[in-house]
Ligand binder design. Structure first.
Ligand SMILES: CC(C)(COP(=O)(O)OP(=O)(O)OC[C@H]1O[C@@H](n2cnc3c(N)ncnc32)[C@H](O)[C@@H]1OP(=O)(O)O)[C@@H](O)C(=O)NCCC(=O)NCCS
Length: 343
């Protein structure tokens, strides 16, 4: 069917039946496409409809047949940088695929992007890896069919905390500290200490420029300040998300030279999500990355001892970060191909 009979409507948090049907559709998509992976958390999905940081504008749209949600698209639009960009999510219920619903949603998203003054859409599609679970590849074929080009590759890895060799990590950490004299760690949960904020803002800016990134991928530099960090922290706290952070500080100068963070979603005792990790260039090569990641993972385990998996994504060519992750136990799950369309 090339012209499916669907309505595309905004997802309003107060429309309980619509929101339920949307979450059911997302759950069916995950079960079908990524069996064994985490499922949407209904409470968090509802909170996401209510609460967003000021640094992004989010539009969520559902494709319905009658009252049943059969697909959806989300446009995440940065407001304080990258104002050309839409980070897109798009999914169709497995029982309603290959009838043109995805195409209709993609066309609709392009129209909304243009109406919001944006000319670049960026999203991810899944590719299975040898020796890892076999996942659904519809997204890859679809992205090509609707005009998206591959611009980068990331590997999704996860660390199974049930099999962590803590003695091995102790040795790795002790060895790393031999190379890291003159630095100290600062740890926090949910709210970073005030005196770190300027340093964290500078490091967050570097996340847009330092990690290797595909040449055609159009992500541009950003400016961060303390208000932006506090706003994100506050939004996460209001949504019940726990953020666990560790920073490295150069003792003599007081400079914040690196940080890492992990987020845990409300009501999830199984999965945690690695956020950014960065060490500033002048302080690299001193094993601060290893120390930060081991310590922050241990802080997570103190707060949420039942958490089983920590997930992370790295550009396939980011050898330094990957070797750190592999050393502390992360193993590949799948490849996420970044695909982009210019309109
Ligand atoms: C990708 C997805 C949105 C496609 O939805 P859909 O409603 O089936 O898409 P359409 O019917 O509009 O498909 C358009 C074209 O994409 C291609 N395509 C889509 N799925 C495909 C598949 N599994 N194998 C081969 N080609 C496929 C075909 O060329 C298709 O046209 P055709 O059916 O006339 O051959 C859906 O499979 C999905 O939700 N996947 C999981 C999430 C995801 O990967 N999102 C993609 C982000 S870009």
């Amino acid at each position: 069917m090339s012209n499916p009979d669907i309505d595309i409507v905004p997802i309003e948090v107060t429309d309980d039946a619509l929101v339920r049907s949307w979450i059911d559709m997302q759950t069916a998509v995950r079960r079908h496409d990524l069996p064994g992976m985490d499922l949407p958390l209904p409470g968090l999905q509802r909170l996401r409809l209510l609460l967003q940081p000021e640094s992004i504008k989010v539009e969520r749209w559902a494709a319905r047949i009658g009252t049943t949600v059969v697909g959806s698209t989300t446009l995440v639009m940065p407001t304080q940088d990258n104002q050309h960009l839409v980070e897109l999510e798009l999914e169709v219920h497995p029982e309603h695929r290959r009838r043109g619903i995805g195409t209709r949603l993609a066309e609709f998203a392009e129209r909304r992007a243009a109406e919001n003054g944006r000319d670049t859409l960026l999203t991810g599609v899944v590719d299975s890896l040898e020796g890892a679970p076999r996942f659904d590849h519809s997204g890859q074929h679809f992205a090509k069919a609707v005009g998206y080009a591959e611009v980068d590759n990331e590997i999704h890895r996860r660390n199974d905390l049930a099999f962590i060799d803590e003695d091995g990590l102790d040795r790795l950490r002790a060895d790393a500290w031999n190379r890291a004299a003159g630095y100290e760690l600062v740890r926090w949960v949910s709210e970073a200490p005030e005196d770190l904020l300027d340093g964290l803002a500078r490091l967050n800016e570097r996340m847009y420029t330092d990690p290797p990134q595909g040449e055609e991928m159009d992500i541009r530099p950003a400016e961060w300040d303390t208000a932006r960090i506090r706003d994100i922290e506050r939004t996460m706290a209001e949504r019940g998300q726990l953020q666990i952070g560790t920073a490295a500080r150069h003792v003599e100068s007081g400079e914040v030279v690196g940080f890492t963070s992990i987020a845990v979603n409300p009501g999830d005792e199984e999965h945690a999500w690695q956020g950014d990790t960065i060490v500033s260039p002048e302080h690299r090569g001193r094993r601060l990355g290893v120390i930060l990641k081991i310590d922050n993972q241990r802080l997570l385990r103190r707060y949420r001892p039942m958490i089983r998996y920590v997930h992370t994504w790295n550009a396939e060519v980011n050898d330094h970060m990957i070797s750190i992750n592999e050393a502390i136990g992360y193993r590949p799950v799948c490849r996420d191909i970044d695909v982009q369309k210019k309109i």
